[in-house]
Write a protein that binds this ligand. Sequence first.
Ligand code: PEP
Length: 252
Amino acid sequence: MRRPVIAGNWKMYKTIAEAVEFVKRLRPLVAKSDHCDVVVAPPFTALAAVAEAARGSNIAVSAQDCHWDKEGAHTGDVSPQMLVDVGCSHVIIGHSERRHDHGETDERANRKLNAALAAGLVPIVCLGETLAEREAGKTRDVLRRQSHGGFAALTPTEFSRIIMAYEPVWAIGTGRTATAKMAAESHGYLRELVAEQFGHGVGSGLRILYGGSVKPDNAGGLMAEEEIDGALVGGASLKLDSFAAILNYPRR
Ligand code: PEP
């Protein structure tokens, strides 16, 4: 049994006060949610305050990115050790918006992943194809490239600590969701790739989240798929009622 994870990616939204208020109101709503892990990923500025507001609860705090060095002359960057210092347990790596806005490559994602693991963080590693790639029938090639590049040189033990998020780029923030079957097919393929690279035990234990316009009304259908182990939620995680409804998706 793979324990589901529902993670909210708040992107560049919420002041410190708004983020803390959200977590204070979320706490009682998830206090009894023992069916899944709950993660929120506020912007860097709110991490410390959110970690404080979530202390003693079942809400884990994630950053949205990190650098690969522990410290150094990297203006504007934040190291994995600094994230641990403010109370993060998770970090999102290789999100398509980082790939698009900041030229993040598979090779950089791999360096960040190694650094995050070394710091003791749980990386949530994102991969997924663009619309042009899907329409050209290249989805599997892209997933293979991202998976091989992003996970190069990890040992099976290291790899077993990560969470993967399949996020088709064309479904992120667009209101277009991959059908549950489409997502499950890609998840199954990713699991095969991981099994090839790290062995069957690691492949079958890997938690793969789906991300891309997950909303309260489609969360149950997605989560009903055997291959889908949770969701990375952007827009719908910004409002308490929709995030809580996704967290409490209808269960079999
Ligand atoms: C995301 O930010 O990872 C995401 C999937 O966004 P949205 O749910 O808004 O599509």
